[in-house]
Design a protein around this ligand. Structure first.
Ligand SMILES: Nc1ncnc2c1ncn2[C@@H]1O[C@H](COP(=O)(O)OP(=O)(O)OP(=O)(O)O)[C@@H](O)[C@H]1O
Length: 632
């Protein structure tokens, strides 16, 4: 995401942890009632909320040893006035069978016997005839609807029929570009399954994080279908002589909108240009995503020859709306900042209690948040009698081996909680995920669609829960405007489960007790405290850089930094956490990037880029500017 300079907001930090005096706990000051508010936040209210926060400067409570209450000095939980929403209908399956297709009988038996695939999905029914006929295509279909097969099957079908048979020495025949390493591995595995009857066809993949020398060795042997991330593909096409693209006849760009909006547009365009300079024959091109955007249509204009536009939704004029699988149930929960951590934990305990096999993804905004929350939840909840799941983490700043191991282990597990950044938001086909929890909201409605699309795949049931604070409820309206309907889950219902699980006298006692356990763990373990501080700082900076179109719902001026520090189990005042001080938050003249580069953080945050590591960097350090796009 980039924050254009003219949108820089003057984030004068309101440092106010204002912990409540311990005797407030005894008084049990009445919790504020819910009131009806229209979500639109007026500027006066923003100013007012900032004033309120300074006005409640609490006593000189020493940060250490003071447990401020969770249930006082919180903003109201608004009663949201939902609009009537008619979600877009997109049936998953068609009535057509693979055996009806003009494809090799060995492919039909492979799909049927080895892969258990019999009926075509709607997008496959619409797309396969077009792609098999050799036409360029722009394909939009809901998450988990089988788009991979919609392009992979025609490619394998066309390659297997060539005589004399294609050999490895003939070089690369098809290239598939995807945004993440895990998706490249998954797509490669798809091709491995599809070429089973045609062993002379050899898939391969190129991703960041692997030793380039090892990759070159694999490439030298010859690869028929090459899957890769843009940075890696571009590097090899420019520097690996053994990798020839003169025979490439197919180009696929999957998750096309993501690739284009996370700063890879240049790499994708350069790769296509270099590819076209090398190849001798025609090129059939397919662009796909569950969410197509204007940038995809622009790329389509550049890269496709009179393409066929395939939209799996019934009414193709709906392309501007977003489609959610009908088998997905969506919830949101509004919690004051201070209660986010205990509400998330209560939800995990509720859904992952001893008896059930559960798989859950928890999306966090940054890698440091993933590191901290994984460590904290594993330490405090993992050991408890209540929660019977293993905690995993996945983000772009892990080694390639760690990422691959976690991806494969979690994919194979029948229960577990995976905390992740948006590196896991796209394309990953993780079987039997029951819940998608968005602990921090996505930057756009499209990102929301892809995150929740990790469950409820190909017709299976799934559920999603979006965490919002009172000042963020307008995001629900943004989703409603794209025909996405969510139901409210209440914080009290989550915390009640915690009370039941802990057999505590009251919901407040249960929540405060769990919060105290988190804060004690952070106080007592230096490493955990450091993770908490890094996570908090990375989150504050992430929040301050929401793109302009997201800012009506995610407005940094609405953020009470002291309350959010509590949601990281920190008792330290924000001013002492990670050196956050007013001078570092002032945007504008002093901190602009003088060279006018579009660096999303600008000079003012140049000291912080170590906190912002792209999920999607190719991992190539030599001579390539560390990519800061796609900040997670
Ligand atoms: N015809 C089919 N019948 C049953 N299952 C299928 C069929 N085609 C694909 N699948 C399964 O559907 C799941 C999702 O497929 P795939 O990952 O290709 O979806 P997608 O549309 O690319 O999703 P996303 O938009 O999230 O990338 C996979 O597990 C795949 O095996």
């Amino acid at each position: 995401m980039t924050m254009a300079e003219d949108n820089a907001i003057d984030i004068s930090l309101n440092i106010n942890s204002s912990p409540v005096k311990p005797d407030d706990l005894r008084r049990g000051e009445k919790r504020k009632r819910r009131r009806h508010v229209e979500p639109a936040v007026t500027s006066e209210r923003q100013e007012q909320s900032v004033t309120e926060e300074t006005a409640e400067e609490g006593p000189d409570c020493k940060p250490q040893g003071c447990i401020s209450s969770l249930f006082v000095n919180n903003p109201d939980i608004p009663v949201f006035a939902h609009h009537v929403v008619k979600p877009v209908s997109e049936p998953v399956f068609s009535s057509q069978n693979f055996r009806d297709l003009p494809i090799h009988p060995f492919m039909i038996s492979n799909l049927d016997l080895n892969l258990g695939l019999h009926k075509l999905t709607t997008v496959q029914e619409k797309a396969l005839p077009v792609v098999l006929s050799g036409k360029d295509a722009l394909i939009r279909s809901q998450t988990g609807s089988g788009k991979t097969l919609a392009y992979a099957l025609p490619i394998v079908e066309a390659l297997q029929v060539v005589r004399p048979k294609i050999s490895r020495a003939d070089g690369v025949q098809a290239v598939v570009v995807v945004p993440t390493r895990e998706l490249a591995l998954q797509t490669y595995e798809w091709f491995v399954k599809l070429v089973k009857p045609f062993t002379w066809l050899v898939p391969g993949y190129l991703v960041g994080g692997e030793k380039r020398k090892a990759e070159k060795a694999r490439l030298r042997k010859g690869i028929t279908v090459l899957v890769g991330t843009p940075g890696r593909l571009l590097d090899h096409v420019q520097h690996t002589k053994s990798l020839q693209f003169d025979k490439v006849g197919w180009l696929v760009v999957d998750e096309a909108d993501r690739l284009l909006d996370m700063g890879y547009e240049k790499d994708v365009a350069s790769f296509i240009k270099t590819l076209d300079l090398q190849r001798q024959g025609d090129r059939q091109t397919v662009l796909l995503s569950a969410t197509l955007t204007s940038s995809v249509k622009k790329l389509a204009g550049l890269a496709l020859q009179s393409p066929v536009f395939i939209d799996a939704a019934c009414d193709e004029s709906l392309v501007s709306h977003l489609v959610i699988p009908q088998s997905l149930t969506q919830f949101y929960v509004v919690t004051p900042a201070k209660l986010r951590l205990v509400t998330l934990s209560a939800f995990v305990i509720w859904k992952c209690e001893m008896s059930d096999k559960r798989k859950m993804l928890i999306f966090c905004a940054t890698q440091d948040m993933v590191d901290f929350h994984t460590e904290l939840l594993a330490r405090v909840l993992g050991g408890s009698a209540q929660v019977n799941v293993e905690f995993f983490k996945l983000h772009g700043n892990m080694t390639q081996k760690e990422r691959t191991d976690v991806f494969k282990t979690f994919r194979a597990a029948d229960s577990g909680v995976l905390l992740c950044t948006d590196v896991a938001a796209r394309g990953l086909d993780l079987p039997h995920v029951d819940w998608i929890v968005q602990f921090t909201a996505p930057s756009s409605a499209a990102d929301y669609v892809h995150r929740v699309g990790r469950t409820a795949r190909v017709g299976s049931a799934g559920a999603a829960l979006l965490f919002l604070t009172p000042s963020e409820v307008q995001f629900i309206r943004q989703l409603e405007d794209r025909r996405i309907r969510l139901q409210e889950e209440t914080m009290d219902r989550c915390l009640k489960k915690l009370q039941d699980a802990q057999r505590d006298s009251s919901l407040e006692t249960a929540a405060t007790g769990l919060q105290a356990r988190f804060e004690t763990a952070v106080l007592e373990h230096r490493g955990l405290h450091d993770l908490a501080c890094k996570a908090y700082v990375s989150w504050v900076r992430f929040y301050a850089s929401y793109p302009k179109e997201a800012r009506p719902a995610f407005n940094f001026k609405e953020v009470h930094l002291g309350h959010y520090a509590k949601s990281f189990a920190l008792r330290d005042p924000p001013s002492t956490i990670g050196g956050i001080g007013r001078q570092q938050w002032q945007r504008g003249r002093t901190s602009r990037d003088k060279k006018g580069s579009s660096s999303e953080l600008g000079q003012g945050y140049s000291t912080l880029t170590h906190l912002v590591t792209s999920e999607f960097s190719s991992g190539l350090e030599s001579g390539r500017k560390k990519r800061r796009k796609g900040k997670q």
